[in-house]
Ligand binder design. Structure first.
Ligand code: MF3
Ligand code: CO
Ligand code: CO
Length: 270
């Protein structure tokens, strides 16, 4: 673990904001989050490989719930701030936080985000993937690929002791905008590991070279939501969870949990 006080002093002299002490995890904590990530990845594997046209999103929930328990974990979404299910399933124009439902049947051409968070031995790992049902339109496939590539691009630019928090969003939004897509601003990534949602808020837009410096020991998600048309979103007034695109366009999301080390970053869940 870094000598926090010494490292912080050197940045503060130069007027560069630094993470708080609470944002720096110990090696032991990261080991625990890594183990949660292994389980979370296995849950995502099970859910994503089962997806087919004709199944309900409720069936995805059942797979996620049972697999998580089978592997000794707890599905973090269940009862989180009143969320009623064990996974978020966000189909087509749903941006995020879609609630699995027995009446919602997947059909050929749908794009669906599966967002799983596992608590394992007290530690949290959070990740989401896009799954294409059958053969989505070329535009839908382009959106999904752009979203995936934007996360990989942001990770590839992350340099411990050098990168700044807002570099992440700078690279993501620039990349997506160049392809004509809109990046959602209202919902962001977050610190994760000891709790589901920790500081800092991870923006998916912003100005390069601004925000706190990225230091070893930080563990956070990168999870951009990318819209086919406008970036604007609205919330379902009856369930108070489901987030939609305002214009009815498609939306895709990819989420990783990453950990920062001395000379590299590691993807703990994807
Ligand atoms: N997994 C989501 C995230 O990436 C949070 C979902 S909150 C829930 O932060 F309650 F809807 F599960
Ligand atoms: Co998250
Ligand atoms: Co998530």
């Amino acid at each position: 673990m870094i000598n926090y006080d010494e490292v912080v002093k050197s940045y503060q002299r130069r007027g560069i904001p630094v993470p708080t002490r609470e944002m720096i995890k110990t090696d032991e904590q990261i080991e625990g989050i890594r183990a949660a990530g292994v389980v979370n990845n296995a849950v995502l594997d099970a859910a994503c490989s089962a997806i087919h046209a004709g199944m309900s999103t409720e069936e995805i929930n059942t797979i996620v719930h049972n697999k998580t328990i089978e592997l000794g974990g707890i599905p973090a979404p269940l009862n989180y701030e009143g969320f009623p299910k064990s996974v978020c399933t966000s189909v087509n124009d749903v941006v995020c936080h879609g609630i699995p439902n027995a009446h919602q049947i997947l059909k050929d051409g749908d794009i669906v985000n599966i967002d799983c968070t596992t608590i394992y031995n007290g530690y949290y790992a959070d990740a989401s993937r896009m799954v294409m049902v059958g053969f989505p339109s070329e535009e839908a496939r382009k959106l999904v690929k752009c979203t995936q590539d934007s996360v990989d691009l942001a990770v590839s630019h992350l340099k411990p002791y050098e990168s700044r928090l807002r570099d992440i969003g700078y690279y993501i939004e620039k990349f997506c905008k160049e392809q004509g897509f809109g990046v959602v601003h209202e919902i962001g990534g977050h610190g994760v590991g000891i709790d589901f949602h920790e500081d800092p808020f991870i923006y998916h837009y912003g100005k390069k070279g601004t925000g706190m410096v990225i230091l070893p020991g930080m563990v956070f998600t990168i999870e951009p939501m990318v819209n086919q048309f406008k970036r604007n979103v609205c919330i379902d007034g009856s369930d108070n969870w489901t987030i939609y695109t305002v214009d009815g366009g498609l939306s895709a999301q990819v989420e990783y949990t990453i950990a920062v080390f001395e000379d590299h970053v590691e993807i703990l869940s994807r």
